[in-house]
Design a protein around this ligand. Structure first.
Ligand SMILES: NC(=O)c1ccc[n+]([C@@H]2O[C@H](COP(=O)([O-])OP(=O)(O)OC[C@H]3O[C@@H](n4cnc5c(N)ncnc54)[C@H](O)[C@@H]3O)[C@@H](O)[C@H]2O)c1
Length: 448
């Protein structure tokens, strides 16, 4: 090992351990902002980078644009040196840079890595030896090695190389997946083990030391690809199991069996079973999208990921299935969807969060409108909904009153703030896609 490399690595580790390291987090969204606050709580000086001026100025003014992050938390972080910027030149001042930008699918259902490539192209000219760059965005195995590393090496004018051995000088690059579960307050962020895979032993060692300052357990794996695949395995596992219970729910309904009673009984088994719950379809930025990153990559290896495709097919069909159940419920009351007034309760993709991305409620509302229904929604997290990727609703929140005026109320997201007993009492018909009315006996309820 050369003296310079030893000093560089040791110094950087010392800086991390003594909280002197300056941290840059690129992408101040649902992942990047909470991470910035976590490092800030640990007394690191954190700089948040984002391309959206609005987010940067809100943060610098001590405000927040994510409901579950209170302005007080931003203000506290600011006192520890946190600030946000759109100026990539500041990347040069950072010791560690973490990239948390979106990884959606394009219109052909293929990985859209444009945010990742755009970010790396923007930071590459400002990188220098001894810095640590970590990608946290969910992606297919190979992204860090095949996309990020060449962009760094080709986009830097100082002949900067990615360090591969402990002897190499250069920039250290690693991948570490984000495992946040929005809205889940049962596990503290510090207690979620952090998987890391570096492009070499020095990168792995540094990344482990770095995350070790805030996470109680760091799980090193042998390569960035292994870390990328770990995240996909976790999400595909969820996707496939949710599809399984969604399919079994449909069978149980035909057989007159309550799937929720069955799941509750099955989960008493102390080994070999983990409970997943049916619903109106998949939502969120991860579970409906990430598996397709792998199926796309698998094609390069002449491999068809049949579980992923089948799970996708079942889950994508769920909004259509719950609309069929609504049609049956209305039919019982001698009504059709066409011309009916429907209130959709809950827009977020899951309970108690302010995230609409890929939410099945969006598809459900569009399908209902196509069928001629007059649709309103209520969701305390969204005063209005305009248009975004794949939807253009342009609706405003309807107060939760006078429920008798609707031909049906459809519970799509089971926010805990709702009084479900009162909702059932006041409504003509309730389509419950989440088992939110569990324990309430009423002929008005259709469980689906
Ligand atoms: N949200 C979750 O619960 C979650 C959980 C695990 C993993 N992930 C993964 O984490 C990544 C980020 O997700 P998110 O939910 O935080 O996304 P997000 O859309 O909430 O935030 C991304 C941020 O990146 C910014 N951005 C985009 N391009 C940029 C650029 N070139 N430079 C600087 N900033 C840029 C956007 O303005 C936005 O503020 C994704 O890959 C996602 O799959 C998300």
């Amino acid at each position: 090992m050369t003296a310079k490399a030893t000093i560089s690595l040791t110094e950087l580790k010392k800086k991390v351990e003594s909280r002197q390291a300056r941290i840059g987090i690129v992408g101040m969204g649902y992942v990047g902002l909470p991470l910035a606050l976590l490092f800030s709580e640990e007394r690191f000086a954190v700089t948040g980078f984002d391309i959206e001026e609005r987010k940067v100025s809100t943060l610098n003014a001590g405000g927040s644009y994510i409901v579950r992050i209170l302005p007080a938390a931003i203000q506290k972080a600011k006192k520890s040196g946190f600030h946000a910027t759109t100026n990539y030149a500041d990347i040069a001042k950072m010791d560690a840079i973490i990239i948390c930008v979106p990884t959606p699918l394009n219109e052909y259902h293929e990985p859209d890595l444009s945010y990742v490539t755009g970010t790396v192209e923007s930071i590459a000219p400002h990188l220098h030896e001894g810095q640590l760059v970590i990608l946290e965005s969910t992606t297919y195995p190979g992204t860090t090695e095949e996309i990020v590393v060449p962009l760094i090496e080709n986009g830097n004018h100082h002949n900067l190389k990615v360090a591969r051995t402990l002897d190499d000088l250069g920039v250290h690059v690693a991948f570490s997946p984000e495992r946040e579960d929005p809205g889940n307050e049962t596990v503290a962020r510090h207690d979620i083990p952090k998987v890391v895979g570096g492009c070499g032993p020095a990168a792995s060692e540094l990344a482990a030391a770095f995350y070790g300052t805030i996470f109680r357990r760091v799980v090193p794996v042998s390569s960035p690809s292994a870390a990328e695949m770990t995240k996909l395995l976790e999400n595909i596992y969820r996707c496939v199991n949710i599809a399984l219970v969604n399919e079994l729910k449909q069978l149980c309904m035909r057989m007159g069996i309550d799937i929720h009673e069955v799941i509750d009984a099955a989960k008493t088994k102390p080994f070999g079973f983990q409970a997943f719950y049916p619903g109106p379809g998949l939502g969120g930025h991860c579970i409906p999208i990430d598996p397709f990153y792998l199926s796309w990559k698998a094609k390069q290896f002449d491999f068809r990921t049949r579980f992923i495709e089948l799970a996708g097919e079942v889950n994508i069909n769920m909004p259509y299935f719950v609309i069929d159940q609504l049609a049956d419920g209305l039919n019982r009351n001698r009504k059709s969807i066409n011309g009916s007034k429907i209130l959709v309760l809950g827009l977020a993709y899951k309970r108690d969060i302010d995230d609409l991305r890929e939410s099945p409620s969006l598809t459900i509302i569009e399908l209902l409108r196509d069928k001629g229904a007059e649709v309103s929604y209520n969701d305390p997290f969204f005063p209005k909904v305009g248009h975004g990727r794949h939807y253009a609703l342009n609706m405003t929140n309807t107060p939760l009153e006078n429920l008798g005026q609707y031909d049906a109320v459809m519970i799509v997201t089971d926010h805990t703030s709702y009084d479900y007993r009162a909702i059932v009492e006041q409504s003509q018909l309730v389509i419950d896609t989440r088992n939110a009315t569990k324990g309430i006996e009423s002929p008005k309820i259709v469980h689906c």
